[in-house]
Design a protein around this ligand. Structure first.
Ligand SMILES: Nc1nc2c(ncn2[C@@H]2O[C@H](COP(=O)(O)OP(=O)(O)O)[C@@H](O)[C@H]2O)c(=O)[nH]1
Ligand SMILES: [Mg+2]
Length: 278
């Protein structure tokens, strides 16, 4: 039996990125400064790489991966709440794009690692101050210095993105359960959710050879559908991506996948911003 479908189950205009790029670059939310995307997922799932990759796509060249902090072997680093912005232009005319990112790793096994459930909720509501160091055993309380008592719409999270690796047959059921419960918290707050599935190159040799095979791969489709039922995100809100990890030059097909996910983040986040205007 062949491992690939004759026809892709989702159609993309591979390498034709101008329209999407223009959309992302020119996007401005109404009445607020930026649209905040919160990425969550296990250590090593590719959150930092995705943010760097977005930066590379928007700037048209490989970004210095200054953001890649965590490695799978380093699970004990302090976890700071940090906003990542992407610079548009250079020198004195430099500004930032209106889509900004935070990433949190809240989903490790065991009690003493990861971020407390309630802290993730507070982050989504905008109560966590920039630079706050999460403490897994002492969740943030309203008396703490890191607590922002009066968050504005700019501090809030506008779209929640689950980040999972396609190459992780070993993602534990307990991790998926935690992701599912974070997603449910977001649902209760009306925050839209979606997922990206990273490392599609590692998970599928055909896709590694040519990224355009991604929606023909039976293996990846199965993987995405498993994630979909495990965390409760519909298939049409799950996007496979290949992050820039080891390459030294840009790949227009990788950009197409990244932009396709990014466009969805913006339209979802913008809907939320629209619906919650005060
Ligand atoms: N081959 C491949 N490697 C990736 C991809 N995304 C991330 N990586 C690698 O996976 C490792 C962990 O990624 P990182 O972004 O630090 O994960 P984080 O802990 O979620 O921030 C790094 O070595 C990345 O280079 C991908 O799409 N393909
Ligand atoms: Mg990271």
């Amino acid at each position: 039996m062949s491992s690939s479908l004759a026809d892709p189950w989702r159609k993309l205009s591979w390498g034709e990125n101008q329209t999407a790029l223009k959309f992302v670059k020119s996007y401005k939310p109404e009445n607020i400064t930026h649209l905040r995307v919160l990425l969550h997922g296990p250590v090593g799932s590719g959150k930092s790489s995705f943010i760097s990759s977005v930066s590379s796509v928007l700037r048209g060249r490989i970004a210095i991966p200054a953001l890649a902090s965590s490695t799978t072997s380093d699970r004990s680093f302090t976890v700071k709440y940090q906003t990542h912005k992407i610079k548009a232009g250079r020198g004195s005319s430099a500004s930032y794009y209106s889509v900004i990112f935070n990433d949190i790793m809240g989903l490790e096994d065991g009690n003493n690692s990861g971020i407390h459930h309630n802290d993730i909720k507070l982050a989504m509501k905008g109560h966590v101050k920039e630079g706050h160091k999460f403490n897994p055993v002492a969740p943030l309380s309203s008396q703490d210095h890191g607590y922002n008592p009066k968050p504005t719409a700019d501090d809030e999270v506008h779209v929640l993105v689950c980040v999972l690796s396609a190459n992780s047959s070993e993602i534990k059921q307990s991790v998926l359960q935690k992701m599912s419960s974070v997603r449910q918290m977001a649902s209760e707050m009306g925050i839209p959710q979606m997922a990206i599935v990273t490392k599609i190159d590692e998970a599928c040799p055909e896709t590694e050879k040519d990224l355009r095979n991604v929606y023909k791969s039976k293996h990846l489709r199965k993987k995405m559908s498993e994630f979909s039922s495990a965390i409760g995100i519909p298939m049409n809100c799950i996007f496979p991506v290949k992050n820039y990890s080891h390459e030294i030059s840009m790949n227009p097909h990788a950009d197409t996948l990244i932009l396709s996910a990014l466009e969805k983040m913006i339209t979802f986040g913008d809907d939320f911003i629209e619906n919650h205007k005060s």
